[in-house]
Structure formats: C-alpha cells, structure tokens
Design a protein around this ligand. Structure first.
Ligand SMILES: Nc1ncnc2c1ncn2[C@@H]1O[C@H](COP(=O)(O)OP(=O)(O)OP(=O)(O)O)[C@@H](O)[C@H]1O
Length: 263
C-alpha cells in the first residue's frame, strides 16, 4: 500500500478548540491538540475525564460540536480498543482475526498468500507466531493485547491510537508492550494512547497531555507530572518524587491509615 508523504511539520490530526458532549453532558471543552508525525503521546486523566472521547475525535468516529478536527490528506489511522470492550466469544482464530483487519477486504478464504505471509510476519514480530491457530478466547491478557496490535499493524498505519493498552496486564507484559510501542515509534509510527497509570506508563513516555474535560497541561513528564497538575487533574493531593530522572507519584493518603488486622 502506498502512503502519501506527509511533511514532518504538518499535523496528522489537528484538533482545534474542540468541544464535545453526549447530550447535555459536556465531556470535552475547548480542547486543542495536534498529533505530529512520529509523536508518542500519552493522554492521562482519571476515569471519565474524556480520554476515550478524545481518541474518538482523533479517529473521526465522533465529531466535535464546536471547534474542528482536521486530518492530513491520506493519513491512515489504526485503533486498538480497550480489551474489556471486546466480545472474546466471537468464534475466530488469531490468524483470521488479524486477517479480517487487513486493508483488502476480500473474504478470509480468499486472502492471498502474500496477505497470509504478512499476518505471519506481524504475529512473529509481536511474539505470538505460535498462537495463530488458537481461538481468541484462549489468549491471556498480554496475548490479547498483542493480537490487537497485530490487527492494527497489518493496516500499516501512520498513526496508532490505543485505549488503555496496559490496563489489566501484569508488570512484565506492561514492559513488553511499552518496549514494543517504543520500537514502533522509533520506526516513525505516531502513537497516542490513554492511560491512568502515571508511574507504570505515563512517566516513561516522551509527551503527555493531561486531560480533565479540558487540557490542563501538555509537555514532557517532567512538566506534566508535577503536584499542581496532578492535583488538578486527579483531584487528589499526591507527592512526586524523582527516581533516575523519572517522576514517581506517591499517593500521600495522609487521611487514611490502614491498621493491621488484630490477631
Ligand atoms: N456513548 C456515550 N453516551 C453517553 N455518555 C458517554 C458515552 N461514552 C462516554 N460517556 C460519558 O462521557 C464521559 C467521558 O467518557 P470517556 O470514555 O471519554 O472517559 P475516559 O477518560 O476514557 O474514562 P475511562 O478512563 O474510565 O475509560 C464519562 O462521563 C462517560 O460516562
């Protein structure tokens, strides 16, 4: 698939003063954010702060009621949903599930040798080459996440959107997913993901957007994971330490003391 060249200074998607609500419930207010080629951004904020909704505006499945969302001509975008939203009982194997996502929409039995080889390559790259014939229901959380990445990557996107890619996975899987995304980003893929995990995920990304209906802060973790921003976004006082130059958020919980159970 040939992709149109996009200049490094042209946003892939440009959200300008966008406001959006479901009915009368305002979810995003006056949000401006440009996704640049090769950027790697984490959208951070508490549950209900509008993170998924902003991804939907970037993806184009929702339109702002005020402001605008402009996409560069020909830009290809792939979306990895939150695992919890997927029907895992759908009777399909990993191979077929990934094949379904390829750009040429011929029925699976008519997939070409080249398409099958590409799916095998992507599964190999993601370390799940041996799982192609498995039913998707039989995958672990980390394997499910990799399969969804495979589905996204066979579309050869310029921009990858991921909704909470590490929620519910163990620490080892979280590291693997983060490394994989970092490799893809170094190859030029623009990545935008949502997370509430400040320490395990956000602090390791090059760029963050702190969101709570509106954009509270945007910049590297050293500028966004700071007490004033974290308190405004999450509505709780938290202490921020530094470890090897990376901010570490400590929930101060000074009004909660857990006592050991009496023996
Ligand atoms: N389809 C919908 N119809 C009505 N309200 C919705 C719909 N989708 C989301 N909302 C509401 O919009 C608000 C923002 O939702 P959104 O999913 O964008 O938040 P989020 O930051 O991604 O949350 P989480 O971290 O829990 O996934 C929430 O109050 C949610 O209940």
């Amino acid at each position: 698939m040939t992709q149109s060249p996009i200049s490094a200074t042209t946003p892939l998607v440009d959200v300008s003063h966008a406001s959006f609500g479901y009915g009368h419930h305002a979810v995003l207010s006056d949000v401006s954010y440009a996704v640049m080629p090769g950027q790697f951004t984490g959208i951070v904020g508490p549950s209900g702060s509008g993170k998924t909704t902003l991804l939907k505006l970037l993806l184009g499945t929702e339109k702002p009621q005020r402001g605008s969302v402009t996409r560069a001509a020909g830009v290809s975008v792939s979306y990895v949903p939150q695992l919890e939203t997927v029907n895992w009982n759908f009777p399909v194997t990993v191979n077929d599930c990934v094949l379904m996502s390829r750009p040429a929409r011929r029925p699976i039995p008519r997939a070409s040798k080249a398409e099958r080889a590409e799916v095998a390559d992507v599964l190999e790259r993601l370390g799940i080459a041996d799982l192609g014939a498995r039913h998707i229901r039989e995958l672990s959380g980390g394997q499910q996440q990799r399969m969804f990445l495979a589905r996204a990557l066979v579309r050869r996107p310029q921009m990858l959107l991921l909704d909470e890619p590490t929620s519910g996975v163990d620490v080892q899987t979280r590291h693997e997913v983060l490394h994989l995304l970092d490799d893809l980003n170094r190859e030029g893929l623009a990545i935008v993901l949502t997370t509430h995990d400040l320490n395990g995920m956000a602090a390791h990304l090059p760029h963050l957007l702190a969101l709570r209906t509106r954009v509270i802060a945007s910049g590297p973790p050293s500028e966004v994971i700071v007490p004033a921003v974290v308190e405004e976004v999450f509505g709780a006082r938290m202490e921020i330490l530094q470890h090897l130059g990376i901010p570490v958020v400590v929930d101060s919980m000074d009004d909660v003391t857990m006592k050991p159970a009496a023996s």
